[in-house]
Design a binder for this molecule. Structure first.
Ligand code: ADP
Length: 392
């Protein structure tokens, strides 16, 4: 029997939703509420081939959820609230407590709120979104889908930092990794398209968007990933610096009398593509500037690709080989120049891009005789959330 499952991604002032019919995985409606907390919040919804937008006051997430459900009823997208049998919530941090998506009960919700200490910008608003739906749809099963849980399969020698051990036991400082829902989804799609069981594949997944991360997936399990204790670590991103020598932090803080909060702003919001190029955090803008001859923009693009290549090499070493390299996220799915720069001269590793296939955005873009498949796969975190609701 078909069921209606809602996938929710709640941010501090926004709430994205997608309603699926499952198990056939059809999108019934999707949209978003932005500027929650303001008099002029914006509600956008797409259904049955049309798109509607309205501006209205929305004081908090509860009002946003109530309004969304009212619109679904008013437009007869659903006939009664009982039709929605499950709601899946994207939750940023599951710590070590959640190794998989979880049914939300009082204990789970308490744990998600406790984990706010590790994700102060995200977990509290995720919990607010969960509470709002529990109140509005008390009959529906609520499931939390964590950005971190896919990476809980990493081994201790991979996830520990070489700091005094007590920082792990007392403060939980370790590599957690993020983007797990996306890496898991694209690896599953890639295996399907290759017609090979995931259990037989060594995959490197490159999720390249505003935030970017690389993941080594061996036999369907994450064995290493570039983001760390926070989503700042790893490759260079739109405004995040990724991995740098940690001594730079106290050095700048002392030289420029910056507070920890100011340092956080510097490495999270003012660095990466934006910081190096001086142009923009948006890859397209930096590409355009580079094309126009801006040397800092050209440098930023080379640095961006080089850091990803470093991880690819490192993860091939970690897994002892590679069967498939995946590109996803806004940059990975769309920028043929980024893919070409990343794959440049990696033939000795079996990674041989076919320029023609790459330029025409085909799903598989490796040369026909190449041992490593190179796949461009559109990520779909919402669908993965809906699938997890059904599974849990
Ligand atoms: P988020 O991480 O916020 O979900 P996305 O996955 O949507 O972000 O990725 C956003 C990035 O993708 C931006 O840097 C944007 O410039 C880049 N991007 C989107 N479309 C293209 C394109 N056609 N060519 C190059 N870059 C693109």
């Amino acid at each position: 029997m078909s069921q209606k499952i809602m996938a929710i991604n709640a941010g501090s002032s926004s709430l994205k939703f997608q309603l699926f019919s499952m198990p056939d995985e059809q999108v019934i409606t999707k949209g978003l509420i932005e500027r929650i907390g303001k008099q002029d919040a914006i509600f956008t919804i797409e259904f049955a081939g049309q798109k509607q937008k309205e501006t209205l006051p929305v004081s908090d997430h509860q009002q946003a959820v109530d309004h969304l459900l009212k619109v679904l009823l008013d437009h007869q997208i659903i006939r009664s609230l009982d039709e929605i049998s499950g709601v899946g919530h994207r939750v940023a941090h599951g710590g070590e407590a959640f190794r998989d998506s979880a049914l939300i009960d009082d204990a789970a919700l308490y744990e998600i709120e406790q984990l706010s200490i590790l994700a102060p910008l995200h977990n509290p608003v995720n919990a607010i979104g969960i509470r709002a739906f529990l109140k509005a749809l008390p009959h529906a099963k609520a499931v939390a889908v964590f950005d971190t849980s896919f990476h809980q399969t990493m081994a201790p020698d991979t996830y520990l930092y070489p700091l005094p051990y007590r920082y792990y036991t007392e403060l939980g400082i370790r590599r957690y990794g993020f983007h797990g829902t996306s890496h898991k989804y694209v690896s599953q799609v890639c295996a399907e398209k290759m017609d090979t069981p995931l259990s037989e594949l060594r995959i490197i997944s490159c999720h390249l968007g505003n935030g970017s991360s690389i993941c080594a997936i061996q036999h369907g399990r994450s064995v290493n990933t570039s983001m760390g204790f926070t989503p700042l670590a790893g490759v260079m991103m739109g405004t995040r610096c990724g991995d740098i020598d940690p001594s730079i932090m106290p050095f700048i803080a002392q030289r420029e009398a910056k507070t920890p909060d100011e340092m956080n702003l510097l490495i999270n919001n003012e660095s990466g593509l934006l910081g190096v190029s001086g142009v923009s955090n948006d890859y397209r803008d930096v590409e355009q500037a580079a094309k126009n001859g801006n040397p800092q923009a050209q440098l930023a693009l080379r640095m961006f690709a080089n850091r990803i290549r470093d991880f690819i090499g490192s993860y091939i070493a970690h897994m002892g080989g590679l069967d498939a390299l995946i590109f996803t996220g806004g940059i990975g799915e769309n920028s043929r120049t980024a893919r070409a720069a990343i794959c440049h001269a990696l033939d000795y590793l079996g990674i041989s891009l076919d320029a023609g296939k790459n330029n025409s955005n085909e799903t598989f873009i490796q040369q026909s005789a190449a041992p490593v498949s190179i796949a461009v796969i559109n990520t779909n975190e919402e669908l993965m959330i809906a699938r997890d609701v059904m599974r849990v």
